[in-house]
Structures are given as C-alpha cells and as structure tokens.
Design a protein around this ligand. Structure first.
Ligand code: HEM
Length: 384
C-alpha cells in the first residue's frame, strides 16, 4: 500500500514519461535531472562524460559554503577513486562481522525497550538520531560514549534547520579525532586513516578529512529518514507489519523495498566534460547534470505499480544506493541498521500507533518531494 502521509510519492512521473529529463533551478543554475532508470544507470557508469571530479558539488545543493574538503572517494573519478575506495573498504565491510551484527542487535533492543516504556516517542529525535549516531560508533570502532556528541548534531551535520553552516565546527572536530587517533593508535577508522597510504604515500590531512566528512554526512540523514520512513509505514500498514512478524526471513526483501520507496538520496550531481544535448537543456562542459535516483526507483518500465510499497517485491533493482563505481560504500551498514530494526520491531512490538506526523518536503522550483519526516510521534505497543 502507499503511505497516506506521503502527499507527493512521485513528482517525476510526468517528466520521466515525457522525455526523461526535468530541468530544475538549483542555486541559480538550470540543472537537467536524468530521470529514467536505464539512463540513470548509464550516466552513473559514464564517468568519462559525467565526472565526479567536482569537490563540494556532487551533493545538491552544493556544499561549497559548508565544507572545505573534497569528500573521498565520492568526489573523484576512477582510477584514483578505486584506490581511495580500497582504503575505506575494510571499515565498511565491518557491517558483515558477527560481532558488529550482535552489537547492532543489542543497540536496537536497548532503544526499543526504552521507547516501549514511554507513552509517546518522537521517532526522529528520540529514536532515529540516537540509533544512527550509536550505529556509526559501532561501524567506525569508537566507544559508544563518543556518539553522545553526534546525537547533539541533529539530522544534518553541515547545516542548522535554518540553513546556517555548522561545517567549520565539524571540521574542527574531525581534526581533533585525527589528532587523537595519531597520538594514541587504535583500531578506529580515524586512527587507521592516519596510518593509511594512497599509491605508496601517506594520506594528507586533507584527504583524511575527506574520508571522515562523508562518513559523518553520507550516512546521517539517509539512515535517519530510512528509520522514520520504515516505522511510519508499519504504523499505517499493520497488515505489512503482521506479514513480516509471521516470517522474519521476509525482512531482507522488505528492507530493499523500503530503500526503493523512501529513496533517501533524491539525486546527486556530475559535471559534464563535454557538450551534451539533452531535452530542454544544452549542456556545456563544466555544467552540472543530476542523476535522479528517486525518479529511477519509480520507473514503471522496471517496477510494477512503483508507487505501491510491496514488501515482497523481487527482483528489486533499485538504485537508492547509486550505481557503478560510486555505489554506496555504506550500503551494508545501512542495510544492517534497517534489517536489525525490523527484526527488533518484529520481536518486541505488536503495533505502532501514529499520533502525529510532520512530513519533510523537498521544495524545488520544478518539483516537490516527500522525504520522510521532520517529526513523527508514535506509540509503540509491546508484544504480550
Ligand atoms: C539509506 C542510506 C544510504 C543511502 C540511500 C545512500 C546513498 C548513496 C548514494 C546514492 C551514493 C552514490 C554516490 C554517487 O553516485 O555519486 C552513495 C555513496 C556513498 N555513500 Fe551512501 N548512502 C547511505 C548510507 C551511507 C552510510 C551509512 C555511509 C557511511 C557511514 C555512506 C557512505 C557513502 C560513501 C563513502 C559513498 C561514496 C562511495 C564512492 O564514491 O565510491 N552511505 N551513497
């Protein structure tokens, strides 16, 4: 079923079916957004024409005002990108270790038990942010206590709710973590970076910061929005919740469908290296082109009834985590968080009553998209 709180499930359908491109004005620039599944995939692989070598400009809106370092390996092209990726991969692979899976289960159980003692829980602040922050401490191999600082950051690490920058404070904090990691060598991600080498030489401090920047930013609102989106859906679709409780082996497919439907990253940009004629826009070298993952995930040529949440959907070739060389490094971690959450809910909760939901809207000049919640008040009902 579709979620009744989502007032704009697919704002891209008309343009996707018309000619596959929607031009939107982002920060004063007319940026064509590629909308079709096949074309988003092709564009994501064609780094020679659509390059990620664009520091601070891959995210939309651009982050030139809020950070000074190039995020790695996001904002660089192959072949250097794959060498950078190798440095971070062992940490992202931790999401598959039995002890990491066990720590995540303990964390989810603790947070759910706490939520069940309360009459009403505000899921974004009181559940999703602590879960994401503490899960990141597990992934980066830092003590849980460090996550207390991260919980205070809110949904976004770079911008306050009113848009003002808090990027400088984040970079100061990252520098401190790296200094500590260098002074007292440990198995944390931050300490490991200070010993890592790239093509036979030590990383520069700027490169280390680039890895840390995306570690804190890339998986923050994405995971928080996934968590609130999952909980809201199970609240409005109790039959889906009962179906999952009936057989927990259904959780893996269900998680993929949640990532598809929620599509936490609407789009990311590339910089054209050559002239490209696109419907509605003649692209010149240096211009931005956006890959719209949220649109591709609702392409009816690939997904039957794309606006419906079908937890048994299979196959599910969604591109919520991107495609091609930059395929999300944090996907295993995000999957672990969502699957463990679903398992914990199935084991501990018999129902979710939605008390109040304030939808988050991405308002742009040419489209408006629902993206999870600013606030979600629910009552969790304990299993007997
Ligand atoms: C539901 C959660 C998430 C979603 C939907 C998501 C989405 C994406 C997407 C679409 C890309 C592709 C970027 C591109 O093509 O330019 C990406 C890359 C990346 N993500 Fe995620 N992400 C999620 C969680 C995370 C987490 C938890 C982390 C880290 C803790 C993370 C770290 C990264 C990194 C490092 C890359 C760059 C990979 C590369 O350039 O080789 N992501 N993510």
């Amino acid at each position: 079923m579709s979620c009744p709180f989502h007032t704009q499930p697919d704002p891209f359908r008309e343009a996707r079916e018309r000619d596959g491109v929607l031009v939107n004005n982002f920060q004063g620039n007319e940026v064509p957004m590629v909308l079709r599944h096949s074309e988003v995939r092709a564009a994501a692989k064609d780094w020679q024409t659509l390059s990620s070598d664009a520091p601070m400009r891959v995210p939309i809106p651009s982050e030139e005002e809020v950070r000074t370092v190039r995020q790695l390996p996001l904002e660089v092209d192959p072949p250097a990108q794959s060498d950078y990726r190798e440095i971070a991969e062992p940490f992202f692979a931790r999401a598959k270790l039995p002890e990491v899976i066990a720590s995540m289960e303990t964390l989810v159980a603790e947070l759910l038990d706490d939520a069940l003692t309360r009459d009403v829980v505000e899921i974004v602040r009181e559940f999703a942010i602590p879960l994401q922050s503490r899960a990141l401490a597990i992934l980066t191999n830092l003590p849980d206590a460090e996550a207390r600082i991260w919980i205070g950051w809110g949904t976004h690490v770079f911008r306050e709710g009113d848009g003002t920058s808090k990027g400088a404070a984040l970079e100061t904090y990252i520098n401190q973590l790296l200094d500590d990691g260098m002074r007292v060598p440990s198995d944390s991600f931050f300490s490991a970076l200070t010993r890592a080498t790239f093509q036979g030489r030590p990383l520069t401090r700027e490169e280390m910061m680039g890895f840390c920047s995306i570690m804190f930013a890339g998986g923050r609102d994405t995971v928080i929005n996934s968590v609130s989106g999952v909980i809201a859906h199970l609240g409005v679709a109790p039959a889906d919740f009962a179906w999952l409780r009936e057989d927990q082996r259904r959780i893996v497919n269900a998680s993929e469908e949640f990532f598809r439907v929620i599509s936490p990253v609407t789009h990311l940009a590339r910089v054209a290296t050559t002239e490209i004629r696109m419907p509605g826009k003649h692209v010149h070298p240096g211009d931005l082109v956006a890959l719209c993952f949220a649109s591709a995930n609702y392409d009816a040529n690939v997904f039957d009834c794309p606006e419906e949440t079908r937890l048994d959907r299979k196959p599910n070739p969604h591109v919520a985590f991107g495609f091609g060389p930059h395929l999300c490094l944090g996907a295993a971690h995000a999957r672990l968080v969502v699957r463990t959450l679903l398992k914990g809910l199935c084991e501990r909760v018999r129902g979710i009553e939605i008390i109040e939901a304030r939808e988050k809207l991405e308002k742009e000049t040419s489209y408006q998209r629902s993206l999870a919640y600013d606030r979600l008040h629910v009552r969790l009902l304990a299993k007997g």
